[in-house]
Design a protein around this ligand. Sequence first.
Ligand code: GRF
Length: 192
Amino acid sequence: MVQRKNVAVIGSGAGSNAEAICTYALNADCAYAVALIVSTSPGAGMYTVAAAHSIPLRVLDPEKDIAGQISDLMIEYGIELLALAGFMKLLPTQIIEQLGGRVLNIHPALLPSFGGKGMYGIHVHKAVIAAKALKTGATVHLVTEQYDEGRIIAQDYVDVPTNCTAQELQILVKNVEHRIYPQTISAFLRNT
Ligand code: GRF
């Protein structure tokens, strides 16, 4: 029996990566349990995932200190790794330090290309198409105090189909994200 480590997922998007991370935890050899889902806005995505998997959901209060709220939740739920999935802000450094650097993010492109401030969501895929890139993909990386700059932990790619739209590319890349992010979290926890 694997000794599972507590993971929290934080974000404000559709919640598809949170869903993939929770579903992967159903595997017997998964190295983590999702102990908490944190939403940075009262959007529906994270609510649906948390309800479907019976995982506690906490919503951050934008009027209060974000770092303090996240820090308290990490302690309350005994979190050993924080997975960013559609977290749109820079994570306060104190959280990275508190978790001993065990904070991961997924980016919808092959970093270091198409990363940095303003490179999020559909903008990334539009930029990939505008650059006529032949390949794109997803990158799991360590989180630092800069956008998309931490050490790359895992990457996988897809070919960019001829004449595809940014929306079509986003779907292809999300499939890559859902495949590599949960596996990478589990493998990372086994090795750290
Ligand atoms: C994903 O595309 C991820 O790469 C980026 O934010 C998006 C979140 O999507 N960091 P979802 O909420 O997981 O569907």
